[in-house]
Design a protein around this ligand. Structure first.
Ligand SMILES: *Cc1c(COP(=O)(O)O)cnc(C)c1O
Length: 425
């Protein structure tokens, strides 16, 4: 928290927030480095880590993650282009999407980008493309849905019986059918699941991965040699949004996996991960200015410039995606219950609908106009993921690094001007 206060004061001192730039995203690059180090120490060789680009598709952040040794997991042609611009090579990139077009697939296989096949219709296309590009070095596998159960947030649960993702392992005789599919295609050398997400218990995630490993072992035995060499265990480690604590940690997850599926750690398989939220969420925050305050029906209301356009999930689904805020006065001093009267508060965004709230009916130090609100843990799926509500400009994003003597803050994405917004129309 101390570091965040320093960053707020630095941003104010440098006049970064003003009438044009009213909300910014801040990414803590030292924090990112530490998080990736924690990941590597919990999951050393034979693990290889890719970053789920959808969690934060900013080129500068991806460059940083690449320099820290990560690969890229992309889920759309746009994400692929962004990852390429950030410098990821084909052999560090994997394309996962439930809706790959023929040209997406063709581009991947021609250029040696790995893919996970989602369904049987996609397999048919890949069969044709494998014949067309026999020398492709793409690592190809199936994405399975272990159907191991839902977490607490149904819209992000990937392993329910009816989830839209992957090949349903528990339906009918699908499991047997998949063994034959692998037997007929020696080029299927990988197997993938992404069975977790925010709202999932570690044990539930581990069960999905256990299914994956059992299946890989069964397929290898069925075909008579170790055809499957790579296991792809997805991402989905939940993030604690209630405090600054990192809980669960990568180490806690590794410990649960070691208990449930020790084979993962044996070196028999190369194991790929694709974490998103757990890498970036706690290493970023949004800072916005309070434009006005007022009192209505006994509620204090602070109107800021960060709302549904960059806090989309929270605005539309506040119970599943609650966020913590901290309040600062116009000089950047933190407001606490010691120095400021506390009141029941709604922190609102700039969009013209009533549900555009960062938080509702929270006991907070009383905010005033020209104060600042810091919205914690928004480094993934928030300031990088815009919902173009009436074409509000995309917010500027800043990187912070500690140098020998001071904190350094620099812009890594300038917010769109209104002219740029207009030009897109
Ligand atoms: C979204 C996604 C991820 C990353 O999920 P997080 O919850 O951000 O870790 C990884 N793999 C796939 C296939 C995904 O769709």
């Amino acid at each position: 928290m101390f570091k965040k206060q320093n960053i707020v004061q630095l941003a104010i001192k440098n006049n970064i927030l003003n009438d044009e730039v009213t909300a910014i995203g801040v990414s803590d690059f030292d924090g990112l480095k530490q998080t990736v180090a924690d990941l590597n120490s919990a999951f050393p060789d034979p693990f290889f880590h890719t970053f789920a680009v959808k969690a934060n598709a900013l080129v500068e952040i991806l460059r940083e993650l690449k320099s820290l040794g990560m690969g890229a997991e992309v889920a759309s042609p746009g994400e692929l282009l962004i990852a390429q611009k950030a410098g990821f090579e084909s052999n560090e990139t994997i394309f996962d999407s439930p809706a790959k077009t023929l040209s997406d697939l063709s581009q991947c296989i021609e250029h040696h980008i790995s893919i996970n096949i989602d369904n049987l219709q996609e397999l048919e296309r890949v069969d044709h493309l494998k014949a067309k590009f026999p020398d492709s070095k793409s690592i190809i596998g199936f994405r399975i849905n272990p159907q191991s159960g839902s977490g607490s947030i149904s819209s992000t649960s990937t392993a329910t019986a009816t989830s839209k993702f992957g090949y349903a392992l528990a339906d009918g005789n699908n499991r047997e059918q998949l063994m034959d599919i692998y037997k007929q295609r020696p080029w299927l050398t990988s197997l993938h699941t992404h069975s977790g997400s925010q709202g999932c218990e570690l044990e539930l995630m581990a069960l999905g991965i256990k299914e994956l490993v059992l299946l890989a072992e069964d397929i290898n035995q069925y075909v008579g040699f170790q055809q499957i060499k790579q296991l792809d265990i997805g991402g989905g480690l939940p993030v604690n949004f209630a405090s600054d604590d990192v809980n669960p940690s990568f180490q806690q997850y590794a410990d649960v996996l070691k208990q449930t599926v020790p084979l993962l750690f044996s070196g028999k398989y190369r194991v790929k991960t694709e974490f998103g939220r757990a890498i970036t969420a706690k290493n970023g925050f949004i800072l916005t200015r309070v434009e006005y305050t007022k009192s209505m029906g006994g509620r204090h209301i602070a109107i800021t410039h960060a709302g549904a356009q960059i806090l989309t999930r929270t605005a539309f689904s506040p119970n599943s995606w609650p966020l913590r805020v901290s309040c600062f006065d116009s000089k950047g001093q933190i407001r606490t219950e010691e120095n400021t009267e506390t009141v029941q508060t709604d922190v609102a965004g700039p969009c013209c609908f009533a549900g555009d709230l960062v938080c509702e009916d929270k006991l907070l130090p009383k905010l005033e106009a020209n104060d600042y609100v810091l919205i914690h843990d928004t480094g993934g799926y928030y300031f990088s993921n815009h919902f173009d509500y009436n074409s509000l400009p995309r917010v500027s994003v800043y990187a912070v690094r500690e140098t020998e003597h001071a904190l350094d803050i620099s812009c890594i994405r300038k917010q769109d001007t209104l002219e740029q917004v207009l030009a897109r129309m």
